[in-house]
Design a protein around this ligand. Structure first.
Ligand SMILES: [Fe+2]
Ligand SMILES: [Fe+2]
Length: 282
């Protein structure tokens, strides 16, 4: 029986000036090397600060290229900037044509589709949504065509931001609007996905591990492979730990395993930022 093994990593936030994050990436790499899945997907925030430090994107690309299995990539807000929301603060920095091109020139794609083990896999650029940029409309057109050719296969969707907290119609709140795919793009996306047999939505961004099922769709929030965010800075929704997620897809079914690579360490964002500002000051 055909089987497709996929490992999801997310929020690696790599930068040459932050060797602790590189260490955590190496621990994840060693685990991947031992397990040898068919594919690694990084669901975004590959870089620590791509929009202002383009070298972070290059550095992330170099480390991923050294993995012993093929990789696919999706952009996060720390790679290309953030998307505007109706209620939240203005994104800083916002997604621009230029930042998207910088990502594309290094990683080659910001959305993808492939089929394996009887499944249709789709990766989306969630940061372009709600921006009004040409690539947003272009992506929706592309997605419509890809969904139309799913041919009844179960669909697994990957993107940086979770679709929503608990329900598709969760109200957008100023306090956490930037955490999810923003309205009204979310509504349009959810509506489009109703036309196919969507089984899995795999995201990153929140730096918390979570796994829940709503209306027969399993939502897996991958933790960051690099660091956690303190309770003082961010509410607790799922589990705050670093790690990765393993999937096994077989025709009409799939399994999920939540794992942490040996010696992967729960670094805290506050201590990382303190070291960066110290480095900048010196
Ligand atoms: Fe992140
Ligand atoms: Fe993010």
């Amino acid at each position: 029986m055909p089987e497709f093994r996929l490992t999801q990593i997310s929020d690696t936030h790599l930068a040459r000036r932050l060797p602790e994050l590189t260490e955590n990436f190496h621990r994840a790499s060693e685990y991947i090397d031992a397990r040898r899945p068919d594919l690694v997907v990084n669901t975004g925030d590959l870089a620590f600060d791509g929009p202002t430090s383009p070298d972070d994107l290059e550095f992330a690309r170099t480390l991923h290229a050294a993995l012993p299995v093929s990789c696919r990539y999706l952009p996060g807000n720390h790679d290309i900037g953030d998307n505007p929301t109706a209620l939240g603060p203005k994104p800083s920095p916002p997604v621009t044509e230029q930042s998207q091109q910088a990502f594309l020139s290094i990683f080659g794609e910001d959305r993808w589709r492939f089929d394996a083990a009887g499944w249709c896999f789709i990766g989306l650029n969630s940061l372009v949504m709600n921006t009004g940029l040409a690539r947003e409309a272009d992506q929706f057109d592309w997605l419509a065509a890809e969904l139309a050719s799913a041919g009844g296969r179960p669909v697994a969707l990957f993107l940086h931001k979770p679709l929503y907290l608990n329900l598709p119609d969760d109200p957008e709140l100023a306090a956490d609007a930037i955490r999810y795919v923003p309205m009204p793009a979310r509504r349009r996306l959810v509506e489009m996905l109703r036309a196919v047999d969507l089984r899995l939505v795999a995201s990153g961004h929140v730096h918390q591990r979570r796994d829940f099922t709503y209306s027969r769709i399993r939502h897996v929030w991958a933790p960051s492979a690099g660091f956690i965010i303190s309770d003082a800075r961010q509410e607790v929704i799922g589990i705050k730990e670093v790690g990765l997620v393993e999937y096994r897809f077989q025709p009409d079914s799939f399994e999920v395993r939540h794992v942490r690579a040996p010696s992967q360490t729960d670094l805290d964002m506050d201590s990382l930022l303190a070291r960066v500002s110290k480095g900048l000051a010196s």
